[in-house]
Design a protein around this ligand. Sequence first.
Ligand code: SF4
Ligand code: SF4
Length: 179
Amino acid sequence: MSLKKLLKPFKLISIAHKSGVVTVLYPYQKPLITTEFRGKISIDATKCMGCGACVNACPPNALTLSRRDDTIVLNYFIGRCIFCGRCAEVCPVGAITVTHEFELASASTRDLNESLVHRVEKCSGCGGGLGATSRMLQYVILRSPASENYVHLCPNCRKKKLIQSLAMKMGARTEDYEG
Ligand code: SF4
Ligand code: SF4
């Protein structure tokens, strides 16, 4: 064995000696939490619009979106979360914050689930489900004010309204479309 290889352990001991003790006696001592540390996420119920962008970006499917009757439910299962922060990066309205919370152990999986329930809007034409929440509609109108006349309608009613307005422009009478 070469002298260099023989001396390697002593070199490592000297480096470790210079650094001192870095291991803390957790939980008796507090670990170092840096500003970049990523713990569990927090979803702001006053901002979330139920769009599902975070669900599509979540690698381990810790976030899921389910549609039940007239509601959209966003569920966060902490047990699957890998604390990558992708969801916070993609949320269009900044509803997700990565917190420094990391002590998440629990005896019950119920404690590891958080849900947000959104009500689905109804079509102003036929009353059918629109598949979108009122915050989603507001978001679309804010970015495209011209959509205000159509955004509250389902695809079928939107098509009817478009045909009607085209026909009116071509000289059809309003009565033809009433009743
Ligand atoms: S991306 Fe943001 S707004 Fe959309 S469902 Fe997720 S938390 Fe809510
Ligand atoms: S932090 Fe990562 S793993 Fe956890 S919910 Fe967000 S995207 Fe999913």
